[in-house]
Design a protein around this ligand. Structure first.
Ligand code: PEP
Length: 249
């Protein structure tokens, strides 16, 4: 049976105590869940949430990481520090990082390669703005983000990569791409991957959809052939919404 990858991005929300409380509830309510589930708390809560998740199948994720292993990089958190805490996957190139902190494809690619080098699964986020979509640049933008983000990633390492398609106009706005629109972009991402790695390898890549995923739209999105999971922001902050998303079937 196909297993979906449902990830919760807690963004810059929740104190350590609040994160622990949410993680405890999720551990309890998602016990035995058949999907691959991950939560990505803020850096400050990673250690405490790691402790709570011990013995659970919920994986620990991070929302970002620095592009170097260590050194004089004030304010950054390194891949080695994440690994030390038991982080299994890291969200890279999220649109909030690309747009608010001007992270470009080359920087994102450096982080993708570094995560893979240390056995942390990168979740490479790609997505177009409304203006790019409306001016017919969707495929060019997505194609570039995928190709540049994966530069230097060999076929063997591709298995560890998740691509998250997150149309910027659908993030935190309540607007969701229709399942058909999302699936069409996912199919295009797979075509780009096939051009880089061949059909077989491209088929095996997990492509998540992200952008206002909620309990009432998740099943229709996941029913599409090219949608393999969800990256969830706002709705991952409460058990009442994240649990039904992770248990959508
Ligand atoms: C996100 O930030 O990755 C996201 C998809 O947010 P939301 O679900 O709130 O749209």
């Amino acid at each position: 049976m196909r297993s979906y990858f449902i990830a919760g991005n807690w963004k810059m929300h929740k104190t350590v105590a609040e994160s622990v409380a949410l993680a405890k509830e999720l551990k309890d309510k998602l016990a035995g869940c058949s999907e691959k589930v991950l939560v990505a708390p803020a850096f400050t809560s990673l250690a405490a949430v790691a402790e709570v998740l011990k013995g659970s199948s919920i994986l620990l994720g991070a929302q970002n990481m620095g592009p170097e292993e260590q050194g004089a990089h004030t304010g950054e958190v390194s891949v080695l520090m994440l690994k030390d805490l038991g982080v299994k996957a890291v969200i890279l190139g999220h649109s909030e990082r690309r747009h608010s902190y001007l992270e470009g494809d080359a920087l994102v690619n450096k982080k993708v390669l570094l995560a893979l080098k240390h056995g942390i699964e990168p979740i490479l986020c790609v997505g177009e703005t409304l203006e790019e979509r409306e001016s017919g640049k969707l495929e060019a933008v997505i194609g570039t983000q995928v190709r540049e983000g994966l530069k230097g990633v060999d076929e063997g390492s591709l298995k560890a990569v998740t691509v998250a398609y997150e149309p910027v106009w659908a993030i935190g706005t309540g607007k969701t791409a229709t399942p058909e629109d999302a699936d069409a972009v996912h199919a295009y991402i797979r075509k780009v991957l096939a051009g880089l790695y061949g059909e077989q390898a491209a088929k095996a890549v997990c492509i998540q959809y992200g952008g206002s995923v909620k309990p009432d739209n998740v099943a229709a999105l996941m029913a599409k052939p090219n949608i393999d999971g969800a990256l969830v922001g706002g709705a991952s902050l409460k058990t009442e919404s994240f649990v039904p998303i992770a248990r959508f079937r």
